[in-house]
Design a protein around this ligand. Structure first.
Ligand code: ADP
Ligand code: ZN
Length: 636
């Protein structure tokens, strides 16, 4: 067995393949271990954040072992993109899905048997068909099967945010090819989901490789969403900031289709090229939007959360959540679509007091009234609460996310992460915290701990609605005591009280969520415990990101001077032309980071060009000369 510290067997060919195919000169630490596990026939669970480089972990071994790896992948779009990207790198691969006809399937199978193709992607439901089992068994018998890789493995767990029952049957493959190692990959797994993946897939003494979850290049901001059209302006302001800087796409995530439409329309009205993307659109419309975005012909997509699973546009500079996400895992994954190229990007979350209730309704929609809430739905409701806590707590966002995934967070400097609203000092402390906390606690007490956050808010804000009248809640002493505070603000304070344990949410038998006292309830009500409530500032008062200096070195963008910037633009233009000619997305030609490095180092020979990160053999052959010419033309 090869250990990490011993670069003996295999490292030479691995690095050779890495250089030739991808133009990279070293593996990241966990990639080395994952490749090693696959090559030595061990099971593994690899948990790396989005952009961490999971695909290489299963794409590399076949190049070294000469055996096939079969990859389970949940989406056709994802498979197609991956196969195309590999082919551009001169790496033959194939995808088996419902869009591939019988003839092609036969052709792919024979290329697999002959060793012409050593990487095949397939949907989970396809993997367990009789035909596919037969194929796997024959490959294994012929000694041609190296590994089974399960991508997006969290889909197997109902504790995860993206449960897909089809994944559950993958364990059956173990009976078909008992000696083939299985490797599971995911970007988002809490310890509970991790355990579930291992159990459900039947992994045997797996190597568990968990990467660092923090994404230092992302700046997180959480803001209360302003009402009506002002919310569009909040998003627009952020988009404008990034588009002024010249490049990169933005994704706006919405809960509903209607919202996605409204956001897109409003943003178009404000002068942005924005399009909606949701399940209610026709397939070809959706595909059109997706392609335009990947091809950098569209700047902004306003989407329901389905968008982006298959999107590998690496220069997304901004992800806006127009509402609280449905779980912290989902947030990490969606927000994680920003800055995959490792350069600075922003994640702006706009939350409103009704968001959690909307998610709950969506989850409980299929539960008949009166019947008990099923375990999987309860799990989803728990996840919503965690997301609310994340939003409400005024703690460093990088820290909160890392800790959510069970990892300690070491801030890079004395001022915290330097890349979130809390550490950047963009939140304000409410000077009247103690009194407000007492009012809210006594309101919950006076309401017999039997009402939800929305009603508590109405009462303290002095609403005069029917329910309040019918229950004589306008006669309570707390009625109207916080009438000068905005609704969103009060809701936010309630969230913070929940987050600190003064209050807790309780789900009644009928699925109604009420606020009760938590462990610290009495102490806070009697002012025996100090309470600091924070109120997030609205948009507009955001400080410029002057604390960049404290950020870790890896997050530093490559800073180009004016000449280099102009050259970079020229190279991007060339990239776009080539991408159109070749009908591939620009990022598949070269990434922004690669073009920046070219603009800065100005390689003037094949050799110098191939030292640039991201220029491998196939890309040199296909595009190298054109870029050399562009570089040389610009130096005259
Ligand atoms: P994930 O699937 O984990 O989100 P990807 O496999 O798409 O991540 O990789 C993210 C980016 O990082 C890709 O552009 C990929 O080519 C690049 N990358 C992966 N491994 C390395 C490496 N060892 N050196 C340099 N770049 C890498
Ligand atoms: Zn922070």
């Amino acid at each position: 067995m090869m250990t990490n510290s011993e670069p003996g067997r295999g490292m030479g060919p691995i690095l050779e393949a890495l250089r030739r195919v991808w133009g990279y000169d070293h593996l990241r630490p966990l990639q080395t271990e994952a490749v090693d596990a696959a090559l030595s026939g061990r099971d593994a669970l690899v948990v790396l954040p989005t952009g961490g480089g999971k695909s290489l972990c299963y794409q590399l071994p076949p190049l070294v072992s000469g055996k096939a790896t079969v990859v389970v992948s949940p989406l056709i779009a994802l498979m197609r993109d991956q196969v195309r990207a590999l082919e551009v790198n001169g790496y033959p691969a194939a995808a088996l899905h419902s869009g591939v006809d019988f003839e092609d399937v036969r052709a792919i199978e024979s290329r697999l048997h002959s060793g012409e193709v050593n990487l095949v992607l397939a949907a989970p439901e396809r993997m367990v068909t009789t035909g596919f089992r037969g194929l796997l068994a024959r490959l294994a018998d012929a000694g041609r099967l190296g590994a089974i890789a399960v991508d997006e493995a969290h889909c197997i767990s109902q504790w995860g945010h993206d449960f897909r029952p089809e994944y559950r049957r993958l364990a059956e493959l173990r009976e078909v090819v008992p000696h083939t190692p299985m490797q599971a990959f995911t970007a988002t797994a809490t310890p509970r989901v991790r355990q579930d993946i291992i159990v459900q897939l039947g992994l045997r003494e797996p190597e568990v490789l968990v990467g660092v979850f923090d994404r230092p290049n992302l700046t997180y901001r959480v803001r209360a969403r302003q009402s009506g059209a002002l919310a569009f302006k909040q998003a627009a302001e952020a988009i404008a900031r990034h588009q002024r800087a010249g490049e990169g796409g933005a994704i706006v995530y919405c809960i509903s289709r209607k919202e996605a439409e409204e956001f897109a329309e409003a943003l178009r009205g404000l002068g942005f090229d924005a399009q909606p993307y949701h399940a209610g659109m026709k397939d070809h419309q959706r595909e059109h939007v997706e392609r335009a975005f990947i091809n950098e012909q569209l700047g902004v997509v306003c989407a329901t959360v389905a968008f982006g699973m298959g999107i590998d546009r690496s220069n997304v500079r901004l992800v806006v959540h127009a509402a609280c996400p449905k779980s912290v895992e989902a947030y990490q994954q969606e927000a994680g679509r920003a800055g995959r190229d490792g350069e600075p990007a922003e994640c702006l979350l706009l939350y409103g007091s009704s968001d959690a209730a909307r998610w709950s309704r969506l989850i409980l929609r299929d539960v008949p009234p009166g019947s008990p809430v099923p375990v999987s739905a309860r799990a989803q409701l728990d996840l919503i609460r965690e997301a609310q806590r994340f939003v409400a707590t005024m703690r460093c966002r990088h820290r909160a996310l890392s800790e959510h995934f069970g990892q300690a967070y070491e801030p890079p400097g004395p001022n915290g992460c330097g890349a979130c609203d809390v550490c950047l000092g963009e939140t304000e402390v409410e000077p009247d915290s103690a009194r407000i906390a007492q009012i809210l606690m006594s309101a919950v007490a006076r309401l017999d701990q039997r009402w939800g956050a929305a009603h508590v808010t109405d009462v303290v804000r002095g609403a005069e609605n029917k329910i309040i009248k019918a229950n004589a809640h306008d006669a309570l002493s707390v009625h109207g005591m916080l009438k000068n505070h905005a609704r969103g603000e009060v809701q936010m304070y309630l969230e913070q009280l929940v987050a600190m344990g003064a209050l807790q949410r309780h789900l009644t038998e009928s699925g109604f969520e009420v606020l009760r006292f938590g462990d610290l309830g009495n102490a806070v009500m009697k002012a025996q415990t100090p309470v600091t409530l924070a109120r997030p500032m609205g948009s507009g008062s955001m400080r410029r990101e002057k604390t960049r200096k404290t950020r870790s070195a890896t997050a530093e963008p490559m800073v180009l001077n004016a000449d280099e910037q102009a050259l970079f633009e020229t190279l991007r233009h060339l990239r776009l032309t080539i991408a159109k000619e070749e009908s591939i997305p620009p990022y598949m030609v070269f990434s922004d980071a690669t073009l920046r490095e070219m603009a800065q180092r100005r390689p003037n020979s094949r050799r110098a060009m191939m030292e640039i990160k991201g220029v491998g053999q196939a890309k040199w052959d296909a595009f190298g000369q054109s870029f050399l010419e562009a570089l040389s033309a610009s130096s005259h």
